[in-house]
Design a protein around this ligand. Structure first.
Ligand code: ADP
Ligand code: MG
Length: 336
């Protein structure tokens, strides 16, 4: 049986266009290669990876805000990739995106009420009275006063603006939210409030989330399954508890240092954080793209790209030398 949301062999390339007098193509960026995963209704999948790893592109490709170059996205049994834009419209209501720093995506001259009601207005849903009522109810659900309706987003803090953005995304009663770094840039206590609010809303409305962050702590708090991306490829995918207790890819292990102590239980396998910036995706390294920064790399890593292989029923890693602690044989050692 296929999953409620199924991403199959998804590929996204961005053409860098024609440049100069000779109109030579400047090539393309292979932003995503061969992405495969499923998400069940009411669940959260987390996407983690450094800046440029393709997280936002994957979020946008799921919603078909970016057209995949190859592969497909099936939503509740429908192959979205096969639909024309007009046929996509009813699905757009069911899938919404929440961005980081919503102030950027909010028109400063629009009132909070206008911002929240806009998706309903654009889709021609309800009368103006009904739209207002819905917006007010959502504002209150977000813990904001309904008097916010006539105010401007500039009068609110980052955390409040993020809640306004979530209210806006929920007006069309979507089933799937792609949350792109929704807690980045907020202080720790505000991050926790937003994460808890998202968890409560998920339960109340049976929402499914694709939760994007470079912060493994936030992702592991909200997601049941985590996908680790490196230069547009999945390097590891696992249930959250497995990934943070037995990371198998050296890259995943290098992200463990950033985990807050409350999430790190006991002595987790971890490696020092990766050195420097990731290489350019325009011209990625040969073999395993991580080999240039990997403390475990050997000669084969620069020659052959490792495919994803299964470590457990839901745990896959793309590495020639996965960390030994990830071996299912060691499971009992960590289960104490
Ligand atoms: P992340 O969200 O993980 O930081 P992105 O998905 O934004 O990563 O970007 C992945 C790669 O694709 C980056 O190299 C980025 O420069 C490139 N990219 C993203 N969007 C475009 C676009 N519209 N045109 C060209 N390149 C893009
Ligand atoms: Mg991004």
């Amino acid at each position: 049986m296929s999953a409620w949301l199924e991403v199959k062999n998804l590929d996204v390339r961005f053409d860098l266009g024609e440049g100069g007098l000779l109109r030579q193509s400047q090539g393309s960026i292979h932003a995503l290669s061969d992405i495969d995963f499923g998400l069940e209704q009411g669940q959260t999948v987390g996407l983690i990876g450094e800046s440029g790893s393709g997280k936002s592109t994957l979020g946008r490709a799921i919603l078909h805000l970016v057209r995949p170059t190859a592969g497909s996205v099936h939503f509740n049994g429908t192959n979205l990739t096969a639909l024309r834009e007009k046929q996509m419209r009813p699905y757009r209501q069911q899938m919404q995106m929440v961005f980081q720093d919503p102030f950027d995506s909010m028109n400063a001259r629009m009132t909070v009420g206008q911002i929240i009601m806009e998706p309903l207005l654009l889709q021609g849903i309800g009368t103006s009275g009904e739209r207002r009522q819905k917006a007010e109810a959502l504002l209150e659900r977000m813990g904001l006063d309904r008097r916010a309706m006539n105010r401007y987003p500039g009068q609110y803090s980052g955390g409040q603006r993020q809640r306004i953005a979530i209210a806006r995304a929920l007006t069309t009663e979507p089933q799937l939210l792609v949350l792109d770094e929704p807690t980045s840039g907020l202080d720790v206590s505000m991050q926790a409030r937003i994460l808890n609010l998202l968890r409560d809303l998920q339960q109340e409305m049976n929402l499914s989330y694709v939760f994007i962050s470079h912060d493994l702590g936030a992702v592991s708090y909200i997601a049941q399954q985590i996908i680790v991306l490196y230069l547009g490829r999945v390097v590891e995918i696992a249930p959250t508890a497995t990934l943070i207790s037995r990371p198998a890819h050296p890259y995943t292990a290098s992200l463990m240092d950033a985990l807050p102590p409350m999430v790190r239980q006991g002595e987790l396998p971890h490696l020092p954080p990766p050195v420097g910036e990731p290489p350019s995706p325009v011209n990625p390294p040969s073999g395993c793209a991580y080999h240039t920064r990997c403390p475990k790399a050997e000669a084969i890593c620069s020659r052959e790209r490792p495919g994803l292989s299964a470590l457990g029923s839901e745990h896959q890693v793309a590495c020639h030398f996965p960390l030994r602690d990830a071996s299912p044989m060691k499971e009992t050692v960590h289960a104490q």
